[in-house]
Design a protein around this ligand. Structure first.
Ligand code: XMP
Length: 328
């Protein structure tokens, strides 16, 4: 059952109970009848959840759905253009919204992890997305909230920015629209099955996890455009070299402390990149992947030669717990 207004009731639909076509048809019909002749909006990040929501809503509403890609300036190299282009091929028009100034403005001077996350949430929702929704005249907004998001929020593990009503905010009162959450009964494995059935490509339905705060989750200390550029370039190299490892997730982290290095025979007090590569089933626990030594050496060579200012590359060998997957 979908959420309408204040209260809701729903049960998990487990992967083994999922009837894919029936689920897709039922959600499409529910969306059509809820929105009626109205307009709806959604934000697409290219993650599997928001991609599935976009496809379902597009099926139900066609041109009465307006989809936005919000470019926070925190995404990976080429991601905004790539995702907008990918959906264009699927017949879905997505508008790219340049919100870099707002996000970097909110992050300026912040070094505390929770403050950084809060700055992103407060910029994404009320400042950028709610204004877009209002301007478009939409009466409905889609969100990709899934069953695990609800569970973790209720347990107080994670504060998800897509959980508005669970935080006691009435979106109708606060923002003037209602929220539709078509995936609220599903966990990720079931959502991946729906994604494939909807015709999304493997790069979407098999996409490794990527955090909501994007590269800001991988910058220790202040998140500035320059520091994101550094971690973005390192991420590109890590993803290129580790994409065939079958690992659960792999990432680059920019450290705050500098270390002494040597470049062209001169002392260079430079930046440090930490590489993490995880074996995991569900991200709740994780073990560092036993990467071959030559891959580790190649990572160091490429990162120090292709990312300006980096003089040190390390590999994390700590499991989760006590480590976490991300650094912030
Ligand atoms: P941690 O770092 O908590 O990460 O061990 C567990 C998994 O969750 C992802 N992650 C996030 N995902 N918003 C998200 O949507 C977040 O704020 C966030 N933080 C971490 C992380 O990439 C890993 O897969």
């Amino acid at each position: 059952m979908m959420m309408e207004g204040g209260k809701m009731k729903f049960e998990e639909v487990k992967l083994e109970e999922l009837h894919t076509e029936e689920f897709i048809n039922r959600k499409t019909e529910e969306i059509s009848s809820m929105v009626g002749d109205g307009l709806a909006v959604n934000a697409l990040s290219g993650g599997v959840d928001s991609s599935v929501v976009t496809m379902l809503a597009h099926r139900a509403l066609g041109d009465r759905l307006k989809s936005y890609f919000i470019d926070s300036g925190l995404m990976r190299a080429g991601e905004p253009e790539h995702i907008v282009g990918l959906f264009k091929k699927l017949g879905v028009r997505v508008e790219n919204i340049d919100a870099k100034k707002q996000f970097f403005g909110a992050l300026k001077g912040k070094t505390d992890p929770e403050e950084k996350r809060e700055a992103i949430t407060q910029t994404f929702y009320p400042i950028v997305f709610a204004r877009l929704a209002k301007k478009s005249g939409a009466t409905y907004v889609f969100q990709g909230t899934n069953y695990t998001d609800i569970e973790e929020t209720v347990a107080g593990i994670k504060r998800q920015h897509n959980i508005i009503e669970q935080l006691g905010i009435d979106p109708q009162e606060a923002y003037g629209y209602k929220i539709i959450e078509p995936l609220i009964q599903l966990r990720k494995p079931a959502i991946r099955v729906i994604a494939e059935a909807l015709g999304l490509p493997a790069e979407i339905y098999n996409r490794p996890p990527f955090p909501g705060p994007a590269l800001a989750a991988r910058v220790i200390g202040e998140v500035t455009p320059e520091r994101v550029k550094t971690v973005r370039k390192a991420t590109q190299i890590v993803e290129a070299l580790l994409c065939d490892t079958n690992a659960f997730q792999y990432l680059a982290i920019l450290h705050q402390d500098r270390v002494t290095g040597i470049r062209n025979g001169k002392r260079d007090y430079g930046m440090q990149i930490e590489v993490r590569c995880w074996d995991s089933e569900d991200a709740k626990t994780g073990r560092p992947t036993a990467l071959p030594h030559d891959i580790l050496i190649r990572l160091a060579e490429r990162i120090t030669s292709e990312v300006p200012g980096v003089v040190s590359v390390t590999y994390n060998i700590t499991p989760k717990p006590p480590s976490t997957i991300e650094a912030v």
